[in-house]
Design a protein around this ligand. Sequence first.
Ligand SMILES: Nc1ncnc2c1ncn2[C@@H]1O[C@H](COP(=O)(O)OP(=O)(O)OP(=O)(O)O)[C@@H](O)[C@H]1O
Length: 951
Amino acid sequence: MEGQSCANTEIIQQVPSGSSPPPFLNLLKIHRELLVSKIRNTQCLFDNLIKNEYFSTEDAEIAAQFPTQADKVRKILDLVQSKGEEVSEYFIYILQEVSDAYYELQPWLDEIEFHPSQNIQNKPVVNTDPVSRYRQKLKYELARDTKFVMSYAQKEEMLLEETYAASLIELVSYTNESLGKVSCLEDLFDDRIGLINEDGETIYIFGDAGIGKSILLQKMQNLWARGELAVGAKFFFRFRCRMFSCFKENEAICLKDLLFKYNCYPDQDPEEVFSHILHFPHTALFTFDGFDEIHSDFDLSSIPEVCSPNEPTHPLALLVNLLSGKVLKGSRKVLTARTGTEIHQNIIRKKVLLRGFSSNNLKEYTKKFFRDEECRVLMSNQLEANPSLCSLCSVPLFCWIIFKCFELFHSMFDSLELPNYSVTLSDVFLLMTEVHLNRTLKTNLLKKNTRSQVETFRSKKETLFSLGKIAHMGMEKSLFIFDQEEVTSLNMSEQDLHLGFLRTVHDCGGYGDQSSYEFLHLTLQSFFTALFLVTEEKLGTKELLKFFAECSSTETAQSTCFPISWLHKRSIGEDPFRNKEHFHFTNLFLCGLLSKDKEKLLRHLVSPAAIKRKRNALITYLLESMKFQLQSLMRAKLKGYKQIQVMPNFVWMLRCIYETQSEKLAKLTVRGMRANYIKLTYCNAYSSDCSAISFVMQHFQKHLGLDLDNNNINDYGVKQLLPCFNKLAVIRLSVNQITDHGVRVLYDELSKYKIVTSLGLYNNQITDVGAKYVARLIEECSSLTYVKIGANKITTEGGKCLALAIQRSKTMYDIGMWGNQVGDEGAKAFAEALRNHPTLTNVSLAFNGITPEGGKSIAEALKHNNTVKIFWLTKNAIDDEAAERFAEMLRVNKKLAHLWLIQNQITAKGAKYLSEALQENTTIKEICLNGNLINQEEAKAFANEERIICF
Ligand SMILES: Nc1ncnc2c1ncn2[C@@H]1O[C@H](COP(=O)(O)OP(=O)(O)OP(=O)(O)O)[C@@H](O)[C@H]1O
């Protein structure tokens, strides 16, 4: 040590005074052993030193003849040091520049704060290290190959960057209990979370078909290639598992072949590269996609226990050895498979479950998919409008298909102006089927798929039949899980089973070790059942319509919906609360598949005669059923209207009619209604149902009342009503989810036709913006006399606009504002409207934050009003002083019949004013003071005045 510091002093002393070049030679001396242990590649040093004439070829030969790498490095260091400061500096510069080869020395370079002089920086350095050259090649190829995502239908390419959205990734235990969420892809390799088996080497990612396993691996590969996956991997090898089952049984390859021949070949010195990988296995990362896709007769139990990386073996055995760590122990492996694939527990290090899109992920994906904001908003509304579509969208593949359908619809609507073109659920499912069927073409990576939908369906006819058969068999028995025997008896091929419509189910008991299957989504089983009903050539009418009968289990439904006796089938003791959605969906798809425009496709699967026969049977049935249902509905007569109140089942009927896209059926339904006021309240109708509702309602000849109160309709739903606005005289949409945008649509449409008399918007999400549209409607449509817009988010501003519109209107009869926040200023504006209004009869400003000040203005205005009969001021802050003004008003006003002052702050004093005033007023029928500050004892004072109600 002492000697060393002496030598340093000596060197430093040699530096000419006035300049202070860094002591590079000295650095090489001090850190000699570190350099010897970390420099693995000497060729690159030789190449650069010779090229810059710092070394002669003899120098290189002398150093190269040493048998070990360490001795070679020692000799090089000796030679470099002997040649002085500049060569030493250039030597360190090589280490810095070829960072790939000397990556282990990068921390050291940081530590010594190495900054080469300008002279040295001007000297060239070439990277001739085969390992780092190989790494660069891997990076380049992966970056190139992962830049684009081929769409599932294989018809277009999209940039990964612009396509990928995060999804729900969960670390789980062997038994799939959650161990935490993965927030970034590095978490997958971090042993601090989700480690379940230290000895396992494989990170096992699983999830359903189309959930995003492959794209997740692609994202991982792309990040690595761009240097953005900080997990310390120097080499990245990716494989599709299906490749391993393409070999013949007697074929054998060794690890080197697998890496180099079947992945990426090193341009220089493969031996050195391979030996580097063998020496540093932890720097290699593998991804194996789709373990479920391996189909081979190869006997995995025949894999030998001991294995060497150099020994050729069957590729499948090599895969298993890699995954289990018998070959290249310490390397990292990521394996994906569909849910239900059997993987040996002992090879698993971590288990990762892909759950698809959360609602936030879905929003992000929607943003990426639809660049155009208008389109994006429309799509989001549609998803909100349709819970069955929305639930399908948690599976990214389905989401993509649904978005594609929407895009198509939107482009047609915009560019070709086909306002009548509508996408039905059957359209979406047909596209979904087409995409899945095209999966089999996935192997051909270079060729885009140009097959039409017809060709795809025709070529996969048998597969569709098999799937239809199994779905139908299950639907008949209410069976959703199929065992191997059932599958075999229906001749389902292995390939059909793995197309992605079915998934394997485990732990369902009773089936022993054999696999069982279920459809990926229950609606898919319904769809295939319908497809079976349509494509089974000889199927009779009874069989065809069987599931309509299944939908009617309760007495009411049975007696009201289904008039055809042979369709009735209900065993005693059947559970009336059984969920019937899958039957409803089957019927829905049956209607869709038998619609006229699907015939072009389906006649390739079944004869046109059979389709026609079935369509006729279906239409006849729907008509009879509709007639029967309508006959038994509750009917009432309102002023000028004949009302019917329909049941939730009726919404399914409308959905079916819409799916048939049959105008004739829609017209006949309207005729059969024999009513012009349709009450669809509490029918659990969603916005998407509004398409079906307007598809039928637009055929009314005259004005129509449509009551959709208490459903799940949002702005999107309002838009879907577009085709029937020209008929709507009464439109009630209270207790739904309508915002200002929906109100804007209402204004635009209703003001065009000016026939609306009554508008119900109670309990929605309307703000002052929406209130202004309603105000304009009141002003512009003298027909509008009845508006309920309470329980929204309207404040003073909106309140004032409404009041002003009412003031200007010569026809307004009823305004309901219960539960907004117009406050005193709003109340004053309403007071102005009341003065001498010619028609206003019912007014509610209940629960609107009105204090005595606002109350007084109203009382004052009512002195000058001769139309209002009922006034609600319930739940405000009216006190005795204001009550006194109301009392004064009652001495003058001779029209008001009901004054509601429930839950205010009136005491016995205020009540006394009112009671006294009644002596001069015979028109008022009641003043309701319940919930004010009057106790039982005090109330006795007004016992003689029946019209004062305190309790
Ligand atoms: N995270 C995601 N972001 C954007 N799109 C996605 C995402 N995940 C999946 N997709 C879409 O779904 C399609 C199917 O995904 P992917 O091929 O990764 O599914 P998979 O789980 O590997 O399915 P399979 O088991 O059928 O092979 C993709 O082509 C893409 O359109």
